[in-house]
Structures are given as structure tokens and as C-alpha cells.
Design a binder for this molecule. Structure first.
Ligand SMILES: [Zn+2]
Length: 249
């Protein structure tokens, strides 16, 4: 029997009690390996994302924007636990391992033939597009970094953090989003790695710009990890950048 997920320590008793009221409002829960995505709908709509590592919660997001861990996240974890969803996912992945590769391919083609949306998704994820010239994007990013240097930068190396964080957030939402849409995953990887290098030198700042920029960064990084086009070295590097970004969340 697999070890139970240890999640209750992440929440106060009060939050765990409050999560009771939300269990019945969980609409759907998707589990993909160690990623949990869930939607809740009560008076408003909430999206919860949780990553699991070594039977512990590694990262949590909820769009309710409560500081710290919230009752929606607790409700999803409780639901996952009560329905043994992580164990079922593990059984499913083990089953796939036992199936012959050719049979798996045959089954897969059968499924894709019947589902055009899934077929498009497959092509989007696996087809490598020729890499475009990344220079204009690096130029823009360098311009953002250069013009976000505070008046003390040349003495102390300080950026104007609010300006830097909000411009990087916009860059992630506009340019990087567009590159993801164009399947330019290699270019996105290089830009994300460069952004992590710049932010790495900065101190933790507890404000919304900073939170938004880091959150957007992580969302893109996780989508990128799911594309199957990055090498193991690139994935390791991205993991490292993400774990550094987590400390700001
Ligand atoms: Zn929440």
C-alpha cells in the first residue's frame, strides 16, 4: 500500500473545517502524474492547482488570492484523499507500463481518429516547429531590465522592483503567451531561464506585482514541461528555476 499523502500540516484546523463546505462544490478534478487541477463553483468559480512531490504538497495555487493556503485547496486535497485519486492514478500509470508498445500505439491511433480535438492537441504538443529568431524577444526583455534599474542601481545594484515585476508579468502574458501559441517552446525556455537569472539576484518582496509575475512564470513553466519537446537537461534546468520561483509564492 502506497504511503498516504501528507497534506493536513499545510493548513490550520480552521481552514480544514471550512473546507467541508466546499467539498460538494468541486466540479472536476484532473490528475496527471503529480499534478492536480480542479474547478470549484459555489458563488464564484475557483481554479486550484496543486503539485505533489514525495507524498508532500510541493506547490499550491488558487485564484481566490487569499494570502497563504486556502479552504478551496484543502477541499480539493480532502476530495483527492477520500476518493483515493492519487492511488488510482498510480495504478493507471502502472497498467500502462504493462501494455505492449505497439498495442498502445494502435489503441492511441484509434482514440485520436475518433476525437479531433485530441488529435489537434497531440499535433500541437509533439510537432516541433522550426525555431524563429529569438533576438527581438531578448532585445525587448533586456530593454525591460535596463529601464527598471532604480536610481541606486549603479551604487547598490537595486532594481525598481514594482516596475521590474509588473513589466516582466506583462512580458509573460503577452510575448511569452504568443510564443507558446506559436509552439516556440525552445525560445520560451530560453527566455524563462534568462528571466529566472535576473530575478534570482533580487530580494523577496511581498507585493502583488511580484506574486503575479512569479505565478504567471510558474504557470507557463508547467505548461512548457507538459509539451514533451524539452530535453532532460532543459527540464532539470526549468525545475531548478521553478523551485527558486516557489520561494516567492
Ligand atoms: Zn482559494
Amino acid at each position: 500500500m502506497a504511503e498516504k499523502l501528507n497534506w493536513r500540516d499545510e493548513f490550520s484546523d480552521e481552514i480544514i473545517n471550512q473546507s467541508n463546505d466546499y467539498i460538494d462544490f468541486i466540479r472536476d478534478v484532473y490528475i496527471n502524474g503529480c499534478h492536480i487541477n480542479a474547478n470549484l463553483k459555489k458563488s464564484s468559480h475557483f481554479h486550484v492547482r496543486i503539485n505533489i512531490k514525495d507524498n508532500k504538497v510541493d506547490y499550491m495555487f488558487c485564484n481566490c488570492r487569499k494570502k497563504g493556503n486556502c479552504k478551496h485547496q484543502a477541499a480539493v486535497l480532502r476530495y483527492v484523499e477520500e476518493n483515493n485519486l492519487l492511488e488510482k492514478e498510480k495504478d493507471f500509470l502502472n497498467l500502462i507500463e504493462t501494455v505492449d508498445d505497439n498495442l498502445l500505439k494502435e489503441f492511441f491511433v484509434e482514440v485520436l481518429t475518433e476525437d479531433h480535438v485530441l488529435k489537434e492537441e497531440f499535433i500541437r504538443r509533439f510537432k516541433k516547429e522550426p525555431k524563429i529568431d529569438s533576438k527581438p524577444y531578448f532585445d525587448k526583455l533586456n530593454f525591460i531590465i535596463e529601464t527598471s534599474k532604480g536610481s541606486d542601481y549603479y551604487n547598490f545594484g537595486y532594481y525598481d522592483i514594482d516596475v521590474l515585476a509588473s513589466r516582466i508579468h506583462d512580458f509573460l502574458c503577452d510575448e511569452i503567451f504568443e510564443l507558446m501559441r506559436m509552439h516556440q517552446y525552445e525560445v520560451v525556455f530560453e527566455l524563462l531561464d534568462y528571466i529566472a537569472d535576473v530575478l534570482n539576484d533580487e530580494m523577496y518582496v511581498d507585493n502583488d506585482y511580484w506574486y503575479d509575475a512569479c505565478d504567471e512564470y510558474l504557470q507557463i513553466a508547467y505548461t512548457l514541461q507538459d509539451t514533451y519537446v524539452l530535453s532532460h537537461e532543459q527540464l532539470d534546468r526549468l525545475d531548478c528555476d521553478c523551485s527558486f520561483m516557489h520561494q516567492y509564492m
